[in-house]
Design a protein around this ligand. Structure first.
Ligand code: SDX
Length: 394
């Protein structure tokens, strides 16, 4: 019984839909993946396990997990022909532009994705995309630095392999500390799905026309790129840096964010659905507090973030509007501590969100009688009028 439903009888499909993947209670600050509270994933965090859970609706059995992990390992490489595309981009190209373009380009090398009919074909396509998005992201980063591409290492698991492709040198393997592996697994799984957010709704909208999985996810990358959505994690770091550089105090910034005319927003605060703490923000704040000291990292931006949160949570402007920290408020501080460059923050969000996009695309694909999305409008333009010939216009 999932799929598009008509909420406003007068306007047909409003784009709202029933889904069995993620549950959010915005008032209570509750988030569950296939019924499992998000808080239960912080012990031995495993992004690959959550990807399976979201896409196939249950936690993988040991055999299912091993099969999926082997699929991911086996299809981490890109077709060598795709490397020429990277060379065509300027070094300064935004990585989200490259990510969207290359995910779309993948469909040229994998015609099998035009015929996804059953669970096995979806499992293989999903593994291919979830695995290759790492390689594309790492190659985009290496290209931006003029560094040689580092091939995936089949001996490494999902997160260590990504960091290997990002940071290893031909003469020296990057070593992923267990604490970093767990932190990045947790960050990715916390971003894995969030029901009908802007980018996931985009994937469903594009997929509803029977566009293939890769094209639909490439569209999701474009929607996620916006600073009001996934781009906010970069905007938060820029905001914290601006305060840290002494251009203004946290109090000044909060004052600015309350002033409509300033067009400034307290980035990483507020949410369309949560009228309470975003449970992911709570978990990420805890990771930041624990991880930085364990890594021996003292980041003044964390102190500034804490101060901003303290001020805003006591300020009537934010309290009345029920504005709380969201997933983007602390994630950047953690990514920075584990060495991910700011330019790649939204790309990390996209890697994390990909299983959710795939799960929604596949849920919609399986919904009997699913119709193409066609939001309606209320026309507010001019009444019927005549065309005046060019020669008679003034
Ligand atoms: C994500 O949908 C999802 O689930 C998204 C996401 C996911 O996992 O996919 O959770 C990920 O995108 C998180 C959001 C990241 N974006 C930001 O942090 C950017 C800053 N936040 C805001 O732009 C805003 O809070 C939004 C975009 C997140 C939500 O905007 P809404 O619900 O449309 O709220 P609004 O713009 O209608 O604002 C309501 C009021 C306004 O004031 P009034 O007109 O009532 O006087 O609250 C104010 C806004 O000006 N407001 C803020 C604010 N957010 C809202 N004022 C200052 N700073 C802010 N951050």
């Amino acid at each position: 019984e999932t799929g598009l439903i008509t909420l406003d009888p007068g306007y047909g499909n409003t784009g709202s839909c029933r889904s069995a993947i993620t549950f959010i209670d915005g008032e209570q600050g509750i988030l569950r993946y296939r019924g499992i509270p998000i808080e239960q994933f912080d012990a031995a965090p495993n992004f690959v396990e959550v990807a399976w859970l979201l896409i196939f609706g249950h936690l993988p059995s040991p055999e299912e997990y091993d099969t999926f992990a082997a699929d991911l390992t086996g299809c981490a490489n890109l077709d060598e022909g795709m490397k020429h595309h990277f060379e065509g981009f300027p070094r300064t190209a935004p990585p989200m532009a490259i990510l969207s373009a290359m995910i779309n380009a993948l469909s040229c090398f994998h015609p099998e994705i035009f015929e996804l009919q059953d669970k096995d074909s979806v499992r293989i396509a999903a593994a291919g995309l979830i695995s290759k998005i790492r390689t594309i992201a790492a190659y985009a980063y290496r290209h931006s630095k003029g560094l040689p591409y580092i091939y995936p290492d089949p001996k490494l698991r999902y997160v260590p392999n990504f960091l290997h492709m990002m940071f290893s040198q031909p003469y020296e393997h990057h070593v992923c500390e267990p604490i970093v592996r767990d932190a990045l697994n947790l960050i990715l799984l916390l971003h894995a799905d969030h029901e009908q957010n802007c980018s996931t709704s985009t994937v469903r909208m594009v997929g509803s026309s029977q566009a293939n999985l890769f094209a639909s996810c490439a569209a999701g990358v474009c929607a996620l790129w916006g600073p009001l959505h996934g781009g906010a994690n970069v905007a938060v770091l820029e905001m914290l840096e601006q305060i840290h550089q002494g251009q203004m105090t946290p109090d000044d910034y909060v004052r600015l964010a309350k002033d409509k005319d300033s067009k400034v927003r307290l980035m990483g605060f507020g949410h369309r659905v949560y009228r309470n703490f975003d449970p992911r923000a709570r978990m990420l704040a805890k990771i930041a507090e624990q991880l930085l000291p364990q890594l021996g990292v003292k980041d003044p931006l964390l102190d500034i973030a804490r101060r901003l949160e303290e001020i805003a949570l006591e300020d009537p402007y934010f309290v009345e509007r029920q504005l709380y920290p969201n997933v983007d408020f602390y994630s950047g501080i953690i990514l920075r501590a584990i060495g991910i460059p700011v330019s790649m923050f939204t790309v990390i969000f996209a890697i994390g969100r990909l299983p959710g996009w795939i799960a929604h695309w596949w849920e919609q694909e399986q919904t009997p009688g699913n119709k193409i999305a066609r939001p309606r409008q209320i026309y507010i333009g001019p009444p019927e009028t005549d065309r005046v010939q060019l020669s008679e216009r003034r």
